[in-house]
Design a protein around this ligand. Structure first.
Ligand SMILES: Cc1cc2nc3c(=O)[nH]c(=O)nc-3n(C[C@H](O)[C@H](O)[C@H](O)COP(=O)(O)OP(=O)(O)OC[C@H]3O[C@@H](n4cnc5c(N)ncnc54)[C@H](O)[C@@H]3O)c2cc1C
Length: 409
């Protein structure tokens, strides 16, 4: 069995470590921030097996003026960052044409159809089932126009095999009586679930893997040198050699992939959350408000309101307007909410065509990439880890990966 290094302890890296160890490999995990130090910490916690519609769908063209100039928009661009963002934005918009978007949605739906298979064994063996809450996710539309505007995407989902029940206002009220009576229609997605605490889930998974022999190196990797024989990882305080590498560093994968011969247009889709302690039982399931671009998810520590998309690079400064928007809109949906705490900013790793990168590097077949999971890295983390293990083990992959290669750009 091989010595395999994994970079990153988010949903993707820890799942890769699990599946690699299951194959008998000796796994060395590099992560300076412990489990869930990146985007995986503060997400909405949904296993969103229905989320095959990328942000850059054809409605982006229709809605672009609102997105860019309205104070109510859940999607923002910070203008001083525009020169840096422009090449990515052009590709992002280019991928929004009907044909390209349909191809992306189809490819994502194929991954999502197998997403559960990435978690079944992991949940059972690591004894993490108690983090899983089976209540299905509800996606809401607050006007007839908004629902009509989403009809195409709902139809495409159905065509791609994603099952949902459409609820009217009465059915929404009887399912979630604390919601304001402002919602016209909702979609309840079959087979979706959520985690009670995504960060605690990953801490527990890491602890399990360490008990099974995983070596955790609390170090950042700054340099990767890979050839046909081996992979060398370097940092300010370390220098070590492995048989294979799984690069799962989320949005930070770009720099390391460049050292392996691949210039990937990876960009951060910044997203925010607010916690409402004590509001845990106002709703029984994740509730998304489509036009407002956020979810409300009951979690162990309170109700988490998470979402919005901001394009502004990797700086740590939060956008007060977007946090205020989350606060305002969530109170509009759930009037009994209390006062928010603990604002959080995370960086979704997103490629302009909306698909992740899963495959080998250009320079060395010993380097396997798994990053770029945009809004669905929790959902696809388990499956991605399984596919990483297939690639490292040189087995035929459980799914076709050609469209996901880094070299597609
Ligand atoms: C507001 C919000 C809500 C979301 N809601 C959902 C949801 O409900 N469902 C869903 O499926 N997805 C959701 N997502 C998306 C999901 O959180 C991400 O896709 C996912 O966390 C990405 O996981 P990852 O493992 O690829 O990256 P990360 O979680 O970012 O992990 C990467 C890790 O790599 C480490 N690292 C980086 N560079 C180095 C280096 N040089 N050396 C060593 N380690 C390094 C980092 O410290 C980090 O811990 C949401 C995201 C946001 C922001």
């Amino acid at each position: 069995m091989a010595r395999v290094a994994v970079i990153g302890a988010g949903f993707v890296g820890l799942s890769a470590a699990y599946w690699l160890m299951r194959d008998g490999h000796q796994v060395h995990l590099f992560e300076p921030h412990g489990a869930a130090g990146g985007a995986s910490f503060g997400n909405a916690g949904t296993f969103a097996n229905y989320a095959c519609i990328p942000v850059n769908n054809p409605s982006v063209f229709r809605d672009l003026p609102r997105y860019l100039f309205s104070a109510q928009s859940p999607l923002r661009v910070r203008w001083p960052h525009l020169p840096m963002l422009a090449p990515w934005l052009v590709r992002f918009l280019w991928a929004s044409t009907p044909d390209r978007y349909t191809a992306t949605a189809t490819a994502l739906s194929q991954l999502l159809a197998h997403a559960q298979s990435g978690y079944d064994a992991l949940l059972a063996e690591a004894d993490l089932q108690h983090f899983v809450r089976p209540q299905e996710c509800l996606y809401l539309y607050s006007s007839a126009a908004a629902f009509e505007g989403a009809r195409d995407t709902l139809q495409l989902r159905r065509h791609l095999g994603i099952a949902s029940d459409i609820l009217d206002a009465d059915a929404i009220a009887s399912l979630e009586p604390q919601l304001s009576p402002i919602f016209h229609r909702g979609a309840l997605f079959k087979g979706s679930w959520h985690l009670s605490d995504p960060a605690a889930f990953l801490h527990a998974l890491l602890a399990y893997l360490q008990r099974k022999g995983l070596a955790l190196h609390p170090l950042a990797v700054t340099r990767v040198q890979a050839d046909a024989q081996e992979v060398r990882l370097l940092g300010p305080e370390h220098d070590s050699v492995y048989d294979h590498l799984a690069l799962c560093a989320g949005v930070h994968s770009k720099t390391l992939a460049a050292q392996c011969g691949d210039d990937v247009p990876l960009q951060a889709e910044r997203g925010y959350h607010l916690m409402f302690p004590g509001s845990t039982s106002l709703i029984s399931r994740p509730v998304g408000w489509a036009e407002r671009g956020f979810y409300m998810t009951p979690m162990a520590q309170g109700l988490r309101v998470a979402g919005t998309v901001e394009l502004a690079g990797l700086g740590p400064d939060m956008h007060p307007g977007l946090l205020e928007l989350l606060n305002f809109a969530s109170h509009r949906a759930l009037p009994a909410l209390g006062a928010p705490q603990a604002p959080w900013l995370g960086f979704r790793p997103t490629l302009p065509d909306g698909l992740p990168v899963l495959g080998r590097s250009r320079d060395s077949a010993r380097v396997v990439y798994a990053f770029g999971h945009q809004h669905i890295g929790l959902t696809l983390g388990g499956l991605s880890g399984r596919l990483v293990a297939d690639l490292v083990g040189d087995r035929p992959s459980a799914l076709p990966l050609n469209a996901l290669r880094a070299q597609r750009f």
